[in-house]
Design a protein around this ligand. Structure first.
Ligand code: F6P
Length: 547
């Protein structure tokens, strides 16, 4: 059945009317009027705490947003996803990344396939393989233990594993050095190969499709490099693959015994929980990898059962939706106040923007409101000294998600105190701002002349009233990291349902891939008729002249 357009729904219209009255709201005043605002607008789940009180909304806004979620059928679509229905309607696939982290005794049969049994059969293989490599029992072809792992993949086959390995570096095996090669730019491969020894290096070729051009080229290059140092029969000790495509793996020359499979119902950007997480399991060990899955599962259970008003992913999604639609927020910045979450904003870029960066609905009609905002960010406090100027005083409103752990994984307590102080101070500053009268008072107190006060005051004024969320966890552990990723996955899902886009396809990446193949042949081959626009022809000609 066709979904009504978003703007035609009663709950959206009610929100529009409400937004007109909310236009002049000042968060300072909302806080002053309700001493319980923080308690009312914060919640806990799966080891995470979310404070969403520093947003320009009130209880009525939340009621209306929850009504919208109900009218758009978010709960029913969520249940359909967990049950394995083919909610990815343009690829006719189920969406079951949640099944990858369900415990062994779960039962889920989809199309006659016992999903849980298959997931745990692969996890058992991941366990024995990673145990063997980590213990030193798995030897390279000259009898030496593995010291370096090179994961070759791109997009979801790179961003997730790389981000998680970095985030959990405190749990990592001391002998194993992890490398990630994703870019077709040879500098990426060159940097990795220059650091490793073919006798002690294990390559993981990670690709859901095993057809992605960058990964295939990188895998071939790694294979040739390796065979320059070792005989063909040594490949089996040094190359493993993670994919859904057994035939392509065989054709590449990897022994199917060294293949870790997964399934077409796992989207690339949702695949770190599958065997695509092999590099994570190698780095931190299967025990911590299981904790990572368990943390995500805890968030899944919360998402699947909590009422909308107390459901953390739903709330995060609804607040984000409000900011996007009614406060005209074109982008959202992610500010992890944790250096080990350095790659988390990049990971969320793919998760959110590849999922919801869509301009047609599931039914193929144009959407009638803006959809996914741009996602970007850097760890705090670094971002404060780079782009926070724009967030505080720029002309656009950019909501911020602050993410922090209350306890560090190091013993330099004073560093951690300073870090948290900055995190909390920034959210306070964004909310409160500083009025021109407050600035004048400060400048007068400093003894400036009346003329100087008036000259400087506009520059030192902060508009404030800028929304943010703060997500806290006790520590960054495998389990809280799992929950954090699952939180954002489900947030993305909920927003996709409200916009009625298919969050699980990514047709928008195809056109560039096709054109790149054509231009690659043109760059590599004999002169050909100039058959592009004048800009593209000109660029190709310049590149060819430089070869
Ligand atoms: O081009 C986009 C994309 O398909 C992503 O969705 C995916 O994560 C990435 O490429 C890599 O795909 P694969 O794992 O099949 O190599």
């Amino acid at each position: 059945m066709r979904q009504p357009t978003l703007t035609s729904t009663a709950s959206f219209q009610a929100l529009e009317n409400h937004a007109a009255t909310a236009e002049d709201w000042e968060m300072r005043e909302l806080f002053a009027a309700d001493p319980k605002r923080f308690a009312r607008m914060s919640l806990e789940a799966a080891g995470l705490f979310l404070d969403y009180s520093k947003n320009r909304l009130d209880g009525r806004t939340l009621e209306l947003l929850a009504a919208l979620a109900r009218e758009r059928g978010v709960e029913a679509r969520r249940d359909a996803m967990f049950a394995g229905e083919r909610i990815n309607n343009t690829e006719n696939r189920a969406v079951l990344h949640t099944a990858l982290r369900a415990p062994r005794d779960n039962k889920l049969v989809v199309d006659g396939q016992d999903v849980n049994l298959e997931v745990h059969a692969v996890l058992d293989r991941v366990r024995s393989f990673t145990d063997a490599v980590r213990s030193g029992e798995w030897l390279g072809h000259t009898g030496k233990p593995i010291t370096d792992i090179v994961n070759i993949g791109i997009g979801g086959s790179d961003l997730g594993p790389k981000m998680v390995v970095l985030a959990l570096r405190h749990y990592a095996h001391p002998r194993l050095r992890m490398h990630f090669v994703s870019n077709v730019d040879g500098h990426d491969m060159d940097a990795a190969l220059s650091q490793v020894d073919p006798e002690t290096t294990l390559f993981i070729v990670a690709s859901k499709t095993f057809t992605t051009a960058e990964t295939m080229m990188n895998a071939q290059t790694a294979r040739s490099w390796f065979l320059g140092h070792a005989p063909e029969e040594a490949l089996a000790r040094h190359f493993v693959a993670v994919s859904t495509n057994t035939e392509a793996i065989k054709a590449f020359g990897i022994d199917p015994a060294n293949m870790f499979p997964f399934w077409d119902w796992v989207g690339g950007r949702y695949s770190v929980w599958s065997a695509i997480g092999l590099s994570v399991a190698l780095a931190v060990g299967f025990g911590y990898f299981s904790d990572f899955l368990a943390g995500a599962h805890e968030m899944d259970q919360h998402f699947a059962s909590a009422p909308i008003e107390q459901n953390m992913p739903m709330i995060l999604a609804l607040v984000g939706f409000w900011n996007r639609e009614f406060l005209d927020a074109h982008s959202v910045t992610i500010a992890p106040y944790h250096q080990d979450l350095n790659r988390f904003p990049a990971y969320l870029q793919q998760l959110d923007m590849e999922s919801n960066g869509k301009c047609v609905t599931r039914d193929g009609d144009p959407v009638d409101t803006p959809t996914c905002p741009a996602i970007w960010g850097e760890p705090g406090t670094n971002g404060q000294h780079a782009y926070f100027q724009l967030l505080h005083q720029g002309t656009d409103l950019t909501p911020i998600d602050f993410i922090a752990a209350l306890r560090p994984a190091h013993e330099m307590e004073h560093h951690h105190t300073a870090l948290l102080a900055n995190c909390f101070a920034q959210s306070e500053a964004f909310m409160k701002g500083k009025t021109i009268d407050e600035v004048r008072a400060d400048l007068q107190a400093q003894g400036l002349s009346a003329e100087e006060v008036e000259r400087l005051a506009p520059h030192k004024t902060f508009p404030g009233n800028r929304p943010s969320n703060t997500i806290l966890m006790e520590r960054l552990t495998p389990s809280t990291l799992g929950a954090l990723i699952a939180l954002y996955e489900h947030k993305t899902f909920v927003q996709g349902v409200i916009w009625n886009v298919n969050s699980f396809d990514q047709w928008g990446v195809e056109l560039g891939k096709v054109l790149a193949k054509k231009i690659e042949a043109e760059l590599a081959g004999e002169p050909q008729p100039a058959n592009h626009d004048s800009s593209t022809n000109g660029l190709i000609a310049r590149a060819k002249a430089a070869f």
